[in-house]
Design a protein around this ligand. Sequence first.
Ligand code: C2E
Ligand code: MG
Ligand code: MG
Ligand code: MG
Length: 274
Amino acid sequence: VAKNAGRNQFSFFTRSMQEKAWQRLKLIGELRNALPQHQLSLYFQPVVELRTGRVAKAEALLRWIHPSRGMVCPNQFICLAEETGLINEIGNWVFMEAAVWAKRWSKLRNGVFQVSVNKSPVQFLANAKSLDWGAYLSSLDLGWNSMSVEITEGLLLNASDATAEKLFSLRDAGVQVAIDDFGTGYSSMAYLKKFDVDYLKVDQSFIRDTTREGTSRTIAETIIVMAHKLGLQVIAEGVETEEQRQWLLEAGCDYAQGFLFSQPLPPEQFERLL
Ligand code: C2E
Ligand code: MG
Ligand code: MG
Ligand code: MG
């Protein structure tokens, strides 16, 4: 196409492609420095128990505080971290950092305060440098179930033996497992029989697109009923309005998180909220 459109078009096309490739390489180079230069940080979003309104847990969300670009959100760099393998180191750091805060907040609360971290499917692939979760958690003397890991349906759907083993080793270390963005994947749900998970997180799209009698709301309510019958707890994501909080409460949803309660916060600010 570029050739037929003439010479100028062609050179424009390649130049913009070169520019894009160059920008990408630049960002990868900068991402390599992010961890050693302490530019990564965790933000925490409260997970509220709907029945009581109490902050019951927190989700750790990764932020890259870039010296010139400002705050970079995970959707803009996690994929680069995955392509370059940097995700292993970053993932280990996220887990260790989150565990330290879980420890601190459990002490503050005089009980278990659970912090969850996100893991992309790539992080479950062959990874020699993976952390020994159990050893790390016991070195912190961290209570059973103080950590949970959020994974997406896709991971379990195509789970290899190696993936399954990694998941089981997490469970053996006392880590709980949540299915993130539930309902947006293939939802074969056969995997729920094979893998012992603890939470379903209903994707924000089912919460956001709801009017009183909408289809999304019916789907969310059905997920809640099904989860409870399977002995799982449900967390609603992306709760932004009082109306949504109200119908989720009526539907028997266990937990909710979203801007209605709080944005993700730096740890010091989160601690004040606790
Ligand atoms: P997620 O795990 O589904 O996280 C929820 C996302 O929704 C977060 O975006 C959060 O800031 C946002 N959110 C929370 N409440 C609301 C709300 O009421 N309304 C709306 N519109 N959005 C809300 P964030 O922090 O940009 O993270 C995006 C995704 O990046 C996460 O989706 C997760 O899949 C991934 N991610 C975040 N941290 C990590 C990490 O440490 N490792 C990996 N592998 N992935 C991560
Ligand atoms: Mg998540
Ligand atoms: Mg989600
Ligand atoms: Mg997501």
